[in-house]
Write a protein that binds this ligand. Structure first.
Ligand code: F6R
Length: 618
């Protein structure tokens, strides 16, 4: 491989082979990573073209490789990259599945790559999800044979599932497995719900290339982006080879690279506890406030002690001698971190009426403005309330003008039986029996909207301050077009321009398997970038919340809003209004605000009923 291809990966100067069993390239931005992977594929295609040979590509579907395909399409259109000498084999297809179905991988590949490049359709292969069950084994054997006849795969692109699957080789898959029929894991089916209107519609089975088929490729690049992949990436890179995590079989491959963004790499030893790997200065890092807080809270977790009880010995025996030397002694360090954590806690997230008494976390130019105009962005209608319903209620009660902006309709997450119930209800209530009932997709969106309205009322937000953006990228997802466009950004920017907030709260919980939160986040970032020159923007401070799929690690919390038992009850009432979301498969049931409060308690701070946490959005 040409090393210049991955030149933009973040450098890491120390030896990590003690922990890491696979080579890595980590990127600050997934887009840069995708561009470099596309660069490698393009180089392979061009080399083969010069040699008068075919380039044989193994391709993956899912949200991760979309940006690679976008870049390949760009290279084709703008730089003349031809696919005339390319043969492709996709990893997998759902079963049973018609190639015409919008959620099929056949459709996905057409939408994202095949329809936009000069690849001969006869050379584009995918497992056939429409063969009769009795013929599936034969079809799998033929697929293997086709790969052999093409000379084997030159370059295999992979994503990774939260179960550790590559292709659809779920936990338990053998190292020797070939292309075959397989039952999908429960977690995989939950993650696949993004492509199907209803949980019941997600197929239970699939056809996938086997682990052996994948490992036979001459070059493998596995990509993983986002915090929801961090735990499985750690097991893949640092864990023993085991069929429990099929991706660990890649450790046996001689020419495999993992391409990650920082979020997916976050759980690796080198990122999570760099002081264990070596002296920080040698990694271009230092003992700044953030790093000290991270190390001390980690140490408290490891030793199961409150911060103020940590001793010199604790620091010394946990690779923190350098920190101890720099900080003087354990007592000084403990106190420094304890005070910093204490200063994150405030019951006045929007600031106090008296500007001279501002709680410490608020340092924005708008700190003196009271009451403030505040916008809370909620990706799906229920997210804002579920994550920070307590803080929303507080902000409203403290007199701020709180606006709730629902970014997507959320209509894809309403079960059929809920729709049936409402349609039946409407049927009964119809004044004019000849009028027809609204179509189910309108019912879905209306269900989410009405739930959101009532929940907002419980939190004390006025109806005229609710905004349903219905970002078009979300509704286009059912047709396989999942990426946001300028239209989504413009709608968001217009609304911000109208409201001109002093404070923004947005979801920083990008671990949802649908990728909707990440897209909403990117759209909002782009809209804020457009507002960069506006006077209101200079006055505005922004906070990211979590509390849907995960919580902020304590060292990343810049503001923590404690909730009393009464406030927790009120929040629960607001959350309960989102009735259609109750017991939806794939929804983690954790109450993150309680988990966050336990973290504060364990560190020896205060024992609150619940705590909603925020990270400053720089
Ligand atoms: C897709 C495939 C799967 C995905 C994996 C990650 O062809 O074989 O292994 O790569 O499930 O999916 P995303 O990228 O959607 O997170």
């Amino acid at each position: 491989m040409n090393p210049a291809l991955y030149a933009e990966a973040l450098p890491f100067p120390l030896e990590t082979s003690r922990w890491e069993r696979l080579p890595l390239a980590i990127y600050a931005q997934p887009r840069t990573a995708a561009r470099q992977v596309a660069g490698e594929i393009a180089e392979l295609i061009r080399t083969r073209e010069r040699e008068g040979r075919f380039a044989v590509l193994g391709l993956a579907t899912g949200s991760t490789p979309i940006s690679v395909y976008q870049e390949l399409v760009r290279l084709h259109r703008e730089e003349g990259l031809s696919f005339a000498n390319v043969i492709t084999f996709n990893l997998d297809e759902y079963y049973p599945m018609s190639p015409e179905h919008a959620a099929s991988y056949h459709h996905f590949m057409r939408v994202h790559l095949f329809d936009h490049v000069d690849l001969d359709p006869k050379r584009a292969h995918l497992p056939d999800g429409s063969v009769p069950r009795a013929d599936a084994a034969q079809a799998c054997a033929e697929y293997e044979e086709l790969i052999q006849r093409a000379g084997g795969i030159d370059f295999q692109l992979l994503g990774i599932g939260r179960t550790g699957h590559i292709g659809f080789n779920e936990p338990g898959s053998s190292r020797r497995s070939g292309t075959r029929f397989i039952h999908l894991d429960r977690v995989t089916r939950q993650d696949a719900m993004k492509d199907f209107q209803d949980a019941q519609a997600v197929p239970r089975t699939a056809i996938t290339m086997g682990v052996r088929t994948i490992l036979a490729a001459r070059r493998i690049v596995l990509m993983a982006f986002g915090e929801h992949k961090a735990a499985i990436v750690r097991r893949t890179v640092e864990g023993e080879i085991s069929p429990e995590v099929p991706a660990t079989f890649l450790q046996d491959h001689e020419n495999c690279l993992l391409v990650l963004d920082e979020a997916a790499a976050a759980e690796l030893t080198r990122q999570r506890t760099p002081w264990v790997v070596g002296p920080l200065e040698e990694m271009g890092l230092g003992w700044n406030d953030a790093m000290v807080r991270r190390a001390v809270t980690w140490l408290a977790g490891e030793t199961k002690k409150a911060v103020l009880k940590l001793t010199d010995e604790d620091y010394n025996s946990h690779s923190l001698q350098d920190l101890l030397a720099e900080g003087g002694n354990a007592y000084e360090l403990n106190l420094r971190v304890f005070r910093a954590l204490q200063n994150t806690i405030t019951g006045w997230p929007g600031g106090k009426p008296d500007a001279t008494e501002q709680p410490r976390p608020l340092r924005a130019p708008s700190a003196a403005v009271f009451p403030k105009t505040i916008v809370v962005f909620s990706p799906h209608p229920g997210d804002g309330v579920r994550a920070i319903g307590g803080s929303i209620t507080r902000l409203a009660q403290q007199g701020h003008a709180v606006h709730l902006v629902y970014q997507v309709s959320g209509s894809n997450q309403v079960r059929d039986e809920v729709v049936d119930r409402y349609v039946d209800f409407l049927d009964h209530m119809r004044m004019n029996p000849s009028a027809s009932c609204p179509d189910p997709s309108r019912v879905r969106a209306a269900v989410r909207r009405s739930e959101a309205r009532v929940a907002a009322r419980v939190c004390g937000v006025l109806p005229e301050r609710l905004h349903f953006l219905n970002l078009p990228f979300y509704d286009a997802a059912t047709e396989g077009h999942r990426h946001w466009t300028d239209e989504d950004v413009d709608l968001t920017a217009q609304l911000l321009q109208e409201i001109q907030p002093h404070q923004i709260y947005a979801a920083g919980d990008l671990a949802d398997p649908h990728g909707t939160h990440r897209q909403c986040h990117e759209i909002l970032s782009a809209a804020l970038a457009q507002a960069g020159h506006e006077a209101w923007f200079a006055q505005c401070e922004a906070w990211l919340y979590r509390g849907l799929w995960m919580t902020w690690p304590i060292h990343e919390v810049d503001m923590a809003v404690p909730l009393s038992p009464v406030e927790v009850e009120c929040k629960q009432r607001a959350v309960a209004q989102h009735e259609s979301q109750k017991e939806l498969p794939g929804r983690p049931g954790e109450d993150w605000a309680r988990i966050a409060s336990r973290q504060y308690d364990a560190l020896g701070l205060a024992d609150y009923e619940a705590v909603e946490t925020f990270h400053r959005w720089a």
